[in-house]
Design a protein around this ligand. Structure first.
Ligand code: F6P
Length: 763
């Protein structure tokens, strides 16, 4: 920094001096020219009137009059003297002062007499610079002699010296002032922020702070600071991943991390990247006036897959559902995401309103969703919706085929019930592709599934895949039983696979999870939320309470939100001492509201919260706070961390990641999870208080037990469940899925490779 300052000062001094000197030079030259022409003008005026007078005296033949005349004109400002000469340039009359200085007739005068016109020139008389103006004298139009007027021009020189002196002083003052101000600016706006950033980065490097801690104020370096923050975040993640790896290696454990998954995929896929297909995209662009907002949708699928794609790159193909999605993509409909730290490609696919209506709202969410979730909402099957579903599956197939065109043996991970037909459609065109489909929702028993008029086509489409994944074993069993009943095939119960038309499909459970790898409680985490922090959170919600319960869901009839509210009501009824002390906060993201059942449910949930609040609320306390809007992960985190309990009361759920997210957020090892026995998560999280959400009394009792549980008991339960999630995190899910998929033997693959290689060499 010191070197920078010295260089800056020297450059400033040189720069300012050169510029000032150049300007001053032009100023001085100009001034000199102005002074000279002023003197010349004065000499001319004097010359004109004097010449007239001299000529008159000459005419009168009065030789005595001439010395008097020149004497009279001789005392003007800066005038040294005047001389009158005859035709031979001999002196006729001259002022005495000039006579002392002028030893011979000046050159200008001889020239003026010879050429008969005015002459003027700046010359030196001894050491004195002078202006000599010489004029020819006439008598009756005949040249009779000449007149010399000599002015002292030394004052012009003095004036120039004065200007240069002033210039020097001005340049000096400017240099000092500008250097001083520049140094101050550098110090405040550059050195200061850089020093702060360096200090901050040093602290990060030494691990004294986490990168999440707020950046120092870096003024105009803010855009740079954001980049640095992201880089620091990546570095810190890399460091903690490396530390984690080392710790695990030391402990002989085999935990999955982002880095391990990334290395695993590189090896397994021989350097190529996976392709993921889902209906829901991970980032939605929305226009808000002049600004473009990026929203992460409330989706378990997105929560789970985002860390996987971040770890291994690849292409995620999804429906572009945002009103500004088209503005954000390139000519191939692609963009790199996450927007702040791009790591993989999102390829957006566009659907018409009719397609979205029929395929997404209609067949997928009014048909398959209630069909697979036994939650007593009747599925609706419309032939027109089914047509759209088939069309959109074909449309996505085309997009996938386009993306995998240049990849030999691509690995494709299809997601969810929106794309049951996709595996077969892809494999028909690219038998060399390894295709897995993961079904994120439950698969019901064959009787329940049997009401779908197109069950055969759905099952057949799925069996095009090499691997089908469900969250839990019972969903695999239900699926295989359905296959057995619906299509011509051989189900191998020993190896959990299906052989249909010479193609084998493996069916396996892969319990999906969240990104939990670092189980070490962070410094300061042990105390969790303080009483004051929690009180201020409550105040921000407009309530005051000692105990806090939390629920986070899309507002969906499968989530048992109404049953949950009834349980809170029953609890307050049964245990009135908790009235005024326990508040339940429900974060509810409106979802699929275009469907009447969802639209009505939102109103029902609101009305139920109002009814219970009206019944119990008093003073500053209310029992239920319903926050009806989508919240980001960062907004939800404080509620997870502040809550005494989390209520997950789904009537039926494939897995439910809220349960796992809540535990992942509890690094303080506190809080109690009350979990529906009808979720996939209940198979893994045995230390939760398991409830049947239809049994309102049981859920109410679970709330009391949770609030009164001994801290040691709570801690032991959270510790065990966090360990389970950590061991079975999202990286293991993806790692296992890809390992299993890569181990599938593809008979067609070698032939296909040959064909592709041949066509590549012809091209
Ligand atoms: O499991 C079904 C699922 O895809 C979840 O991953 C997710 O929570 C939910 O549906 C999202 O629904 P949608 O994409 O229709 O908003």
């Amino acid at each position: 920094m010191r070197l920078l300052s010295v260089r800056l000062i020297v450059s400033l001094i040189l720069g300012i001096t050169l510029v000032s000197l150049a300007f001053s030079y032009y100023q001085v030259v100009g001034e000199k020219r102005a002074l000279r022409s002023d003197l010349e003008r004065r000499a001319d005026v004097l010359g004109e009137s004097l010449a007239g007078n001299v000529e008159k005296a000459w005419e009168a033949g009065s030789n005595q009059a001439l010395p008097r005349l020149v004497q009279r004109f001789g005392n003007r400002e800066h005038l040294i003297g005047v001389g009158v000469y005859d035709r031979q340039a001999e002196i006729v009359a001259m002022t005495p002062e000039l006579g002392k200085k002028l030893t011979a007739s000046p050159q200008a005068l001889t020239q003026a007499i010879q050429e008969d016109h005015d002459e003027s020139s700046f010359v030196k008389l001894g050491n004195t610079p002078v202006l000599i103006l010489a004029l020819p004298l006439h008598h009756q139009d005949e040249l009779v002699g000449g007149l010399a007027i000599v002015h002292d021009a030394s004052y012009i020189h003095a004036q120039m010296l004065r200007v240069w002196r002033e210039t020097f002083l001005r340049v000096l003052a400017q240099v000092v002032l500008i250097v001083f101000i520049t140094l101050l600016i550098v110090r405040w706006s550059i050195s200061g922020p850089i020093a702060r950033a360096a200090q901050w980065m040093r602290a990060l490097r030494m691990g004294r702070i986490s990168s999440c801690q707020e950046m120092p104020n870096l003024d105009m370096f803010r855009p740079l600071a954001r980049e640095v923050a992201t880089m620091a975040e990546s570095l810190s993640q890399a460091r903690s991943a490396a530390e984690n790896e080392a710790r695990l290696r030391e402990a002989g454990e085999s935990m999955w991390t982002a880095d391990r998954l990334s290395a695993h995929i590189r090896t397994r896929l021989d350097g190529s990247r996976p392709f993921v297909v889902s209906n829901r995209e991970p980032y939605i662009h929305q226009r808000n006036g002049k600004s473009l907002n990026v929203v992460v949708p409330p989706s378990g699928l997105v929560t789970a897959l985002e860390p996987v794609l971040n770890a291994c790159d690849g292409t995620w193909i999804a429906h572009g559902s945002g009103d500004a999605d088209m503005e954000a993509v390139d000519a191939q409909d692609c963009l790199r995401v996450p927007p702040d730290d791009p790591r993989y490609t999102l390829r957006r696919l566009w659907l018409s309103k009719e397609e979205e209506e029929g395929y997404y709202y209609g067949f997928a969410n009014e048909g398959l969703w209630p069909l697979c979730h036994i939650a007593h909402t009747r599925p609706i099957f419309r032939a027109s919706d089914w047509r759209h579903y088939q069309e959109v599956n074909r449309k996505f197939t085309d997009a996938v085929l386009e993306e995998i065109e240049d990849t030999l043996g691509p690995v494709i991970l299809v997601q969810d019930y929106h794309f049951a037909l996709l595996p077969r459609l892809i494999k028909e065109k690219r038998p060399d592709a390894r295709v897995a489909i993961f079904w994120h929702i439950p698969w019901p028993n064959p009787e329940a599934f049997g009401i779908c008029p197109w069950q055969r086509q759905l099952v057949d489409g799925l069996l095009g895949a090499d691997l089908i994944g469900f969250h839990v074993q019972s969903h695999c069993n239900n699926f295989l039983q359905t296959v057995d009943r619906v299509v011509e095939s051989r189900v191998d119960w020993e190896h959990f696979s299906v052989l249909r038309q010479d193609h084998r499909t493996i069916v396996r459970p892969f319990p999906i999870s969240v990104d939990l790898t670092d189980d070490e409680p962070a410094e300061g985490d042990n105390h969790g939320f303080t009483y004051l922090e929690r009180a201020s959170l409550m105040r921000s919600l407009g309530t005051e309470a000692t105990f806090l319960g939390i629920g986070v869901d899309r507002v969906d009839y499968t989530k048992g939100i109404l049953e949950r509210f009834l349980a809170v009501e029953r609890f307050l009824e049964k245990y009135p001492t908790y009235q005024g002390k326990f508040t339940f906060v429900q974060i509810g993201a409106p979802s699929r509201t275009h469907i009447k059942r969802y639209h009505d449910l939102l109103a029902e949930v609101e009305a139920e919260a109002d009814r219970i609040n009206w019944r119990f609320q008093s003073g500053k306390w209310k029992p239920i706070v319903f926050m009806k809007r989508q919240h980001s992960h960062n907004e939800i985190a404080p509620y997870y961390r502040a809550a005494d309990l989390c209520l997950v009361t789904s009537l039926h759920d494939g897995m439910n990641l809220v349960a796992k997210e809540f535990l992942a957020a509890r690094r303080d090892e506190r809080g109690v999870l009350i979990l529906s026995q009808f979720t996939g998560a209940a198979r893994e999280l045995r230390d939760a208080l398991l409830v049947n959400p239809y049994d309102i009394d049981q859920s109410a009792e679970a709330i009391r037990v949770a609030l009164e549980m001994e801290p040691e008991d709570k801690q032991a339960r959270v510790q065990r469940m966090r360990r389970t999630i950590k061991e079975h995190n999202i990286y293991r899910w993806a790692g296992n899925l890809i390992t299993e998929l890569c181990e599938v033997r593809l008979d067609a693959m070698e032939d296909e490779h040959e064909k592709l290689r041949a066509s590549a060499s012809i091209a």
